[in-house]
Every structure is written in structure tokens, then in C-alpha cells.
Design a protein around this ligand. Structure first.
Ligand code: PEP
Ligand code: MN
Length: 330
């Protein structure tokens, strides 16, 4: 149950309500809420005088639910505002590898009229012997691209040891598929007001995915974006399976902007452009596509990254699809 408290109620009254309902006090959108387990369906009448509005919820998809907030949340990311008729197209390499390659990427983005650069400085690799990212040096290079080219920076946090550092450098903090369950990261991101892009774990149900987002929301940060990037199925010919049915669910039942990442789902560059067009046709709030100046030498996710030429052609082909669904790409 979500309970919105009346204005000018004392902290002790709110705490008493929260303790009685076993709820969490959440400062959210300039109001104070008490969010209880969804199993609770009514509050004792003694609290009537301090309650403004309340919502009875079916599950612990609560603050992210359309039942609570019926329109998609507007989140400002540089020149883009999600939740309206803009689609954020965030591109860049899997990881920052050098100043030269990240600058080539920044120039491609600016030349395309786009507004964000994405690249990881902390890479959550499956093997400890693979490239782990440039760490803070990579974050500094991304910050330089922001200063030089006016781009907003989307970059990921791998674990809770460097979450504060990433929060300082990033305009959007990405929580990757493998980090999605890390409550240290989720709670730290909940204490910030920075936009947080959470990727769905590849073995995660939609319920678990959205509940991960609830950890950030219930910390008081409403600026969460959900990213579908493929789940693991019995199929082995593609790296993962992009769950477009899941995207339809997220759009219907949650109030958070939805981003689609065809690159990590497909795992091979040959399928990414077709998938990206299908994603655009789903009228989503964002697309995340991995692009590298020379994918053949990429230190991570080499097989799936598009070169600049292929990206240019894809971008042109996305524009009429965006227009057909009433969107502009930023
Ligand atoms: C990435 O975006 O480069 C990445 C590591 O993605 P995921 O967490 O979805 O695997
Ligand atoms: Mn990657």
C-alpha cells in the first residue's frame, strides 16, 4: 500500500504510522509517503487525519506502478526529456579504451545531433582475466568529452566499492545486468537524484526486475529508467533473447521510461540494425546501441559493436520509424 501523508504532519506521526504498518518512509516528488508491504490493504482509522491519499497495491511493484502514477515519468538527461515524445538514442563503445577512440565516438555523436555518450569505465566481465575497464581514468576521459562536446555521460557501476565515484562523474548511472541484484549499489543510487538506468538481469523475471527499481525509488530517487537487454533462454544462436513481450508489459504496467538494448541481446553486429528498427517501432523511450570506431580491436563485446559507417546507415533508417510512432530521436 502507498500512503501519501498530509502536508505539515510531524515526523513522529509519520514514524508512528510507518511503524504500525511496517512501512518505509519515502520522500518522493516533494511529498512524504509511507510504502507498506503490498499485503496490507487498509490502515487503522486512528491515522485518518494524517493521510491524504492511499493506493492499495496488488504486488510490490508500487512506486513504479501506473496505478500510482498513470503517465510515464519525465526524466531530464541533458537535452533529452524522456517520458514524452523523445527517444533517447545513447551510443558508444562497450568500454572506454583510450582517449583517441572515445573522442572519435564523441565526434560521431555530436555530428549525428545526439546528446549522450555511453561507455563503461568499470566493466563487469565474466572472466577475471578479461579487460576490466580503465576505472577512474576512463571516467575522467568521459568527463572530458562532456566538457569538450557538451554530451551527457552514461556509464556503469560494477560494484558498490566505486558507486560514489561513478555517481560523481556520470550524468546517468547504469546498473548492469549482473549488478542488478546488488542492494549496496541500488540503495546508494536511491540516495542520489541522478538518473539511474537499470538493466534487466538475464535470469530475472519482470517482477524481480521492477522490484530492483523499487529499491532505488523507495530511497527517494524517482529518476529510474528500465532497460531490457535480453534474457537467457534455451536458444544459443543469439547471445540472449530480447524480450519484447516484457517491454510491452513494462510499458503497460510501469510508469518508468523503457530503454531497449538490441546489442547485448543479439551479441552479433549482423542482427543489431534490424533489431534496433524493431525496437524503435515499439515506441520506446530509449535505445542503447554499442558503436566502436573499429569493432575488430574492441577489448570487450567486439562481435556485437557496430562500426561508425553501419551506425550512420542505421540512424538514417530509424528516423522515419521514429516519425511514424510520433517520436523524435535525441
Ligand atoms: C554494457 O552495457 O556494456 C553491459 C555490460 O551490459 P549488460 O550489463 O547488459 O551486460
Ligand atoms: Mn557491452
Amino acid at each position: 500500500m502507498i500512503i501519501q501523508c498530509r502536508k505539515n504532519i510531524s515526523e513522529s506521526q509519520i514514524d508512528r504510522l510507518a511503524a504500525t504498518c511496517e512501512g518505509v518512509v519515502v520522500n518522493y516528488d516533494s511529498n512524504v509517503f509511507v510504502v507498506t508491504p503490498s499485503a496490507l490493504k487498509a490502515v487503522d482509522a486512528q491515522f485518518d487525519s494524517i493521510i491524504d491519499t492511499s493506493w492499495v497495491m496488488d504486488s510490490d511493484i508500487q512506486l513504479s506502478s501506473r496505478k500510482f502514477k498513470s503517465d510515464t515519468r519525465k526524466i531530464n538527461i541533458g537535452k533529452c526529456t524522456t517520458g514524452g515524445n523523445q527517444t533517447l538514442l545513447t551510443i558508444g563503445p562497450c568500454g572506454v579504451e583510450s582517449e583517441e577512440m572515445i573522442e572519435q565516438t564523441a565526434k560521431l555523436i555530436v555530428g549525428s545531433g545526439l546528446s549522450t555518450i555511453r561507455a563503461g569505465a568499470f566493466k563487469p566481465r565474466t572472466s577475471p582475466y578479461s579487460f576490466q575497464g580503465m576505472g577512474e581514468e576512463g571516467l575522467k576521459l568521459l568527463a572530458r568529452m562532456r566538457e569538450k562536446y557538451g554530451l551527457s555521460v552514461v556509464t556503469e557501476v560494477r560494484d558498490s566499492t566505486h558507486v560514489q565515484m561513478v555517481l560523481e562523474y556520470a550524468d546517468v548511472v547504469q546498473i548492469g545486468a549482473k549488478a542488478m541484484y546488488d542492494h549496496g549499489i541500488l540503495r546508494a543510487c536511491g540516495r542520489s537524484q541522478k538518473p539511474i538506468l537499470i538493466k534487466r538481469g538475464f535470469g530475472t523475471t519482470l517482477q524481480e526486475f521492477v522490484q530492483a527499481a523499487e529499491f532505488v525509488l523507495s530511497g527517494g530517487n524517482p529518476n529510474v529508467l528500465l532497460c531490457e537487454r535480453g534474457i537467457r533462454t534455451f536458444e544459443t544462436k543469439s547471445r540472449f533473447t530480447l524480450d519484447l513481450c516484457g517491454v510491452a508489459y513494462l510499458k503497460e504496467y510501469t510508469n518508468l521510461p523503457v530503454i531497449l538494448d538490441p546489442s547485448h541481446a543479439m551479441g552479433y553486429a549482423y542482427g543489431v540494425s534490424d533489431l534496433a528498427r524493431a525496437c524503435m517501432a515499439m515506441n520506446v523511450d530509449g535505445l542503447l546501441i554499442e558503436v566502436h570506431p573499429d569493432p575488430s580491436v574492441a577489448k570487450s563485446d567486439a562481435a556485437q559493436q557496430l562500426n561508425h559507417d553501419t551506425f550512420g546507415k542505421l540512424f538514417e533508417s530509424l528516423k522515419p520509424i521514429a516519425a511514424a510512432v510520433g517520436r523524435t530521436i535525441v
